[in-house]
Design a protein around this ligand. Structure first.
Ligand code: E4P
Length: 223
């Protein structure tokens, strides 16, 4: 499973990149709005840090506007994947962009039928929003599983990009469900590594090692 980080914060992206397991970045207008600077400069800087796809979202809601933005975003850097919401005009733009060779990440997906349409339109990625479904008492993980089955049934190449993740447990369950990618918030990415038994075990190993070496050193002094 590929790991993307879900942020536009340069420090967080650098920190994740240093972990050595980062495959890409997703941003959205809300994440962008937390940063200083121009959209293009931020996207370009992210591409300079990470060697992988960087999602940059359009904000137009009409076909012509989306196409204009999609071409502009794709021109920022070869790593850019354009993010387009799964609305009526968006679907048309996904098809037109895919035909032009612009890679698209279809966002704001909340149903398997939306995912099916995105794949038929040639999307490179589909982003089902797990956390936001769970927030309204639906089952986000069930959606990932259903999309996986549909895509496998017909051999769609569109990658399932599990989004809106809130916990390490969700990341693990996405891996079990066969998601191709998980885009993970920085705090959740850090939590994937932590385990109290690892910390306790390491402390015990080091204590035993130190006791053993000081015993040997002490014995050497006596001799
Ligand atoms: C996906 O690409 C989105 O940027 C993101 O995962 C949305 O997550 P949220 O529901 O926590 O805002």
């Amino acid at each position: 499973m590929k790991f993307f980080i879900d942020t536009a914060d340069m420090d967080e992206i650098r920190e994740a990149q240093e972990m050595g397991i980062l495959d890409g970045v997703t941003t959205n207008p809300s994440l962008m709005s937390k940063e200083e600077g121009e959209f293009e400069d931020i996207v370009r800087e992210i591409c300079g840090i990470v060697d992988g796809p960087v999602s940059a979202e359009v904000v137009s809601t009409d076909f012509e506007g989306m196409m204009k933005e999609a071409r502009a975003n794709a021109a920022i850097h070869e790593q850019v994947v354009v993010k387009i919401p799964i609305i009526r005009e968006g679907l048309k733009a996904v098809k037109a962009c895919s035909d032009e060779g612009i890679k698209i990440n279809v966002t704001l997906c909340f149903s398997a039928n939306q995912a099916l349409l995105a794949a038929k339109a040639g999307a490179a990625y589909i982003s089902p929003f797990l956390g936001r479904l769970d927030d309204i008492a639906h089952d986000g993980m069930e959606l990932i599983k259903t999309i996986r089955i549909i895509y496998d049934n017909y051999g769609f190449k569109t990658e399932v990009l599990a989004a809106s993740l809130r916990s390490p447990k969700q990341v693990m369950e996405c891996a079990v469900a066969g998601a191709d990618v998980a885009t993970i918030p920085p705090d959740v990415l850090k939590k994937l590594l932590d385990h109290p038994l690892t910390d306790i075990g390491l402390e015990r190993f080091l204590n035993d090692w130190n006791a053993w070496t000081s015993k040997k050193n002490g014995a050497a002094v006596v001799v």
